[in-house]
Design a protein around this ligand. Structure first.
Ligand code: SAM
Length: 241
C-alpha cells in the first residue's frame, strides 16, 4: 500500500520514517500487538482508516469508562504513565511511528497496563470517522511536529479545519489539551482554536497552566535545553445543542 501524501486533499502532518525496526522492536510487535494494537480496516494507504470502520469502544476495552486519546504519542511515555496512574480511565494512543508504537507496547506490558490500546494510523482519520461521535472525554496533543520552515507550515496538524475534526470525537464538555515548545505554532494553535465554534478557552491569561498529567518527554527536554518556552493550551468542547 502506498504511503499517504494527503487526506481529503490536505497534506498529512507526518513523513513516515523509513528504516527497519530492531529485532527487539519486531519481537515487541509480535508479542504485544494482539492485545494492544487495534486491527484497523485500511483505505488507500497503510496508515489510513477505512471511512466506514467504527471502533466499538466498550467492546474493545470490555467496559464503559472515560476515554482519553493521545495523538502523536511518540515513544508513549505520557500515555503509559497516565494509563498506569489512572486505571479507571481508558486510553488510546494514535501514532504512525512504528518504533514508537513498539516502545509503547513494551513499556505498557512491563507495568501490566491493560486500559490502553494503540492504533497505527493518521490521526485525522481516527478522529473524523473511526471514533464514534463524542466518544472521547479528552484528546491530548503534546509537541506536535512544528513544521517550522515556511514552506512546510501547511503540514501542521492544528490548522483551520482541525477543530471540527477533533470536536467531532470529543464529548460535550470534554477537553483538548495541547503543549508545544514552538512559539509560532503555539500562536497558530491559539488562533485556530479561538476561532473554532466547537471550542472555548479553558484557561485564563495568555496560556494554560502546565498540565500536571503530562510527564516530561525527550521532546520537551530538548525544547527546554534549546531555551524554548513550553506553552500549554486547554480548550473545552462546547455543547452541541
Ligand atoms: C514531535 S513528536 C512528539 C511525540 C510525543 N508526543 C512527545 O511529546 O514525546 C510528534 C509525533 O506525532 C506523530 N504524528 C505526526 N502526525 C501524525 C498523524 N497525523 N497521525 C498520527 N501521528 C502523527 C509523529 O510520528 C511523532 O511521533
Amino acid at each position: 500500500m502506498p504511503e499517504p501524501r494527503t487526506f481529503r486533499d490536505e497534506p498529512v502532518s507526518f513523513v513516515r520514517r523509513s528504516g527497519r525496526m530492531s529485532e527487539a522492536q519486531e519481537r515487541a510487535f509480535e508479542e504485544h500487538a494482539p492485545f494492544y494494537l487495534l486491527d484497523v480496516p485500511r483505505d488507500v494507504a497503510f496508515t489510513s482508516v477505512h471511512p466506514e470502520a467504527r471502533l466499538d469502544v466498550a467492546a474493545e476495552y470490555g467496559r464503559e469508562a472515560p476515554l482519553i486519546v493521545e495523538i502523536g504519542s511518540g515513544q508513549g511515555h505520557a500515555i503509559v504513565a497516565a494509563a498506569s496512574a489512572t486505571p479507571h480511565t481508558d486510553f488510546l494512543a494514535v501514532e504512525v511511528f512504528r518504533a514508537g508504537l513498539a516502545r509503547t507496547m513494551l513499556d505498557a506490558a512491563a507495568v501490566d497496563v491493560r486500559n490502553l490500546r494503540l492504533i497505527e494510523a493518521n490521526a485525522p482519520e481516527v478522529l473524523s470517522t473511526y471514533l464514534p461521535e463524542g466518544s472521547a472525554s479528552e484528546v491530548w496533543i503534546f509537541f506536535s511536529d512544528p513544521w517550522h520552515k515556511k514552506r512546510h507550515t501547511k503540514r501542521r496538524l492544528i490548522r483551520p479545519g482541525f477543530p471540527a475534526t477533533a470536536g467531532r470525537a470529543i464529548a460535550d464538555g470534554g477537553l483538548l489539551r495541547l503543549a508545544t515548545d514552538w512559539e509560532d505554532y503555539a500562536l497558530q494553535m491559539r488562533e485556530v482554536l479561538d476561532d473554532a465554534p466547537e471550542f472555548e478557552r479553558a484557561f485564563d491569561g495568555d496560556w494554560a497552566e502546565r498540565f500536571e498529567g503530562r510527564v516530561m518527554t525527550a521532546f520537551e527536554r530538548k525544547g527546554i535545553a534549546k531555551g524554548r518556552e513550553i506553552r500549554d493550551l486547554t480548550y473545552r468542547r462546547v455543547s452541541r445543542v
